[in-house]
Design a protein around this ligand. Structure first.
Ligand SMILES: Nc1ncnc2c1ncn2[C@@H]1O[C@H](COP(=O)(O)OP(=O)(O)O)[C@@H](O)[C@H]1O
Ligand SMILES: [Mg+2]
Length: 530
């Protein structure tokens, strides 16, 4: 089946036209044929009657030759095949065709059977029943007309060859006409029908081609172009007027309206997306700032925790310095230091220097930790980060009587990280560990470093109270704490988790209630060191 609408329409309409034209042509030809045949039958009947009338007197006078001559003369006319005459017994009395002479007709033959069929013979047949068409042995079509010659008073009373009055039919005149001219006319009629059908199909085809191109194909192609443009999101191409039928124009108009609405909606969506993008950007900045603040507040919380121990730790050397300086003041006489006490004085001065240096170290460690630094990643030595953390926390550890064991792997490959942030993580874990051992008589915390599978591991374990199963899923939540108010804010692990994750690392916990807890931080090594 063709795909194009125009071709489909043309094929189907052509088929319909051909069928209609063929049927009407056949009906016309048949009607014409039967009309012509009727006319011929009428003519044959008149001719038969004319012949019988013409030979009547000759027969009555028993001048057979004269009667035969009349028939021969008539049979020469164009269109007459032959004229025969049968007697009552069915014998051919005369025929214009010499081969027929003296032959006898069979009463069961088609023309004879009309009257001589078994049953009641008929004497007066109607006109159509007496005529018969058939094809002769030589292929020609023929029309035969049988006309009975009835016995009349003039015949039965004639002196010469009287026929008894009881005989009704004396003989039969058989006139046969050729149907050549009728066949020729029929042939012409058939040609005419064919020609008319061909012309009809051609005209209708041309009309359909013009009509479908002008009012269907081109407008539809324009519509398809428009829809394709829309499907490729080209919304600036209107279809415009397609100059077709009212329905297609309406379709094009509503399509244009749809395209226009789509364009407006798209531009609104674009604007909305742009707004959304800038909002997201703005919020991201705010979130970053909030995160930074959170980091800082966690750092300050750790500092708060450390402050008491640091104060204590600073206080000790300070009071030592105070005592030593008072002692040295007392040793200092009007004329200077007595020579025998010079050694002692020097020793005290050395102690003052040492103690002051210690205070200075503590303060500088604290300052380094509390400093708000910009996050920046670089190759860092994890062992160094741990040592610095331990030095910040050692005062508190000492004060709380926590024994800190370290097992730092030597020649640990460098880690790609922000050292100050990792220090914050380590401090959080260390302080949590120390606090968890509070209830134990022997408080132990172990810090170790190692490397495995391209990662550096930092482990902080304690022999503390452990974490109950139901809390394990919550400890990384911000503000989750089991510590009394004023002691814990619940930010340490949340912030640590955020930092480690941002470094592409992992923070894992393993814990047994009553036995202790181990936190493991794994961080990617510096790419070159992997
Ligand atoms: N080493 C540990 N041993 C037992 N519990 C711990 C340990 N580390 C953390 N926790 C639990 O996790 C909670 C959350 O810790 P964290 O986020 O540091 O907040 P905070 O220390 O302020 O409570 C703690 O309150 C504690 O219950
Ligand atoms: Mg904590």
């Amino acid at each position: 089946m063709p795909r194009r609408l125009a071709r489909k329409l043309m094929l189907s309409i052509t088929a319909i036209v051909v069928i209609v034209a063929a049927v009407s042509g056949v009906v016309n030809v048949k009607t014409e044929e039967s009309q012509l045949l009727n006319a011929m039958i009428l003519g044959a009947d008149q001719l038969s009657t004319g012949i019988t009338s013409a030979i009547w007197h000759a027969m009555l006078d028993d001048h057979r030759e004269a009667a035969y001559e009349v028939m021969r003369t008539i049979a020469r006319k164009q269109g007459i095949d032959r004229i025969r005459m049968f007697n009552r017994a069915g014998q051919v009395m005369f025929s214009t065709n010499p081969q027929d002479r003296l032959s006898a007709a069979n009463p069961t033959d088609a023309p004879c059977a009309m009257c001589h069929a078994p049953g009641a013979p008929r004497f007066k047949l109607d006109l159509p029943s007496r005529a018969r068409t058939f094809r002769a042995a030589d292929g020609r079509r023929l029309l035969t007309m049988m006309t009975a010659i009835y016995n009349e008073p003039s015949c039965s009373q004639a002196e010469c060859h009287a026929h008894p009055a009881s005989i009704k039919v004396l003989g039969v005149l058989d006139l046969s006409l050729t149907l050549d001219s009728l066949d020729r006319q029929m042939h012409r009629a058939q040609l005419r029908v064919l020609l008319v059908t061909g012309l009809e199909v051609t005209f209708i085809g041309v009309f359909i081609i013009f009509f479908t191109r002008r009012f269907l194909s081109r407008p539809i192609e324009k519509l398809i172009e428009g829809t394709k443009a829309v499907s490729q999101m080209d919304l600036d191409k209107p279809i415009g007027s397609i100059d077709a039928s009212e329905e297609l124009n309406e379709l094009a108009r509503s399509f244009d309206i749809m395209r226009e609405r789509l364009r407006t909606a798209m531009s609104e969506i674009n604007q909305f997306t742009q707004k959304l993008e800038s909002k997201v950007e703005e919020r991201t900045q705010q979130l970053k700032a909030a995160h930074q603040k959170l980091l800082q507040s966690d750092r300050l919380a750790s500092l708060g925790q450390l402050s008491a121990s640091v104060a204590h730790e600073i206080n000790n050397p300070l009071s030592g310095v105070l005592n030593l300086s008072m002692l040295m003041q007392r040793m200092l006489k009007e004329d200077g230091i007595p020579p025998n006490r010079l050694e002692e004085f020097r020793k005290y001065l050395g102690q003052v220097t040492n103690e002051t240096a210690r205070v200075g170290r503590i303060v500088s460690d604290l300052l380094a930790f509390s400093r708000r630094s910009k996050p920046q990643r670089a190759a860092a030595d994890l062992n160094k980060v741990v040592s610095m953390t331990l030095s910040v926390a050692q005062h508190k550890m000492k004060l709380s009587d926590v024994a800190v064991e370290t097992d730092l792997r030597e020649d640990l490959p460098p880690v790609h990280c922000d050292a100050s942030q990792i220090q914050q993580v380590a401090l959080n874990l260390l302080l949590n560990a120390a606090e968890a051992t509070q209830s134990k008589s022997e408080r132990r915390v172990k810090v170790s470093t190692s490397a495995r599978d391209g990662r550096a591991l930092l482990t902080v374990s304690d022999n503390g109270e452990g974490i109950p199963q139901e809390n394990l899923a919550k400890i990384f939540d911000p503000f989750f704490t089991t510590k009394p108010e004023g002691k814990g804010v619940g930010l340490g692990l949340a912030v640590s988790y955020g930092i480690v994750e941002a470094h592409g690392g992992d923070l894992e916990v393993e814990s047994r209630v009553g036995e202790g807890t181990t936190f493991t931080v794994s961080l990617p090594l510096e790419p070159a060191a992997r």
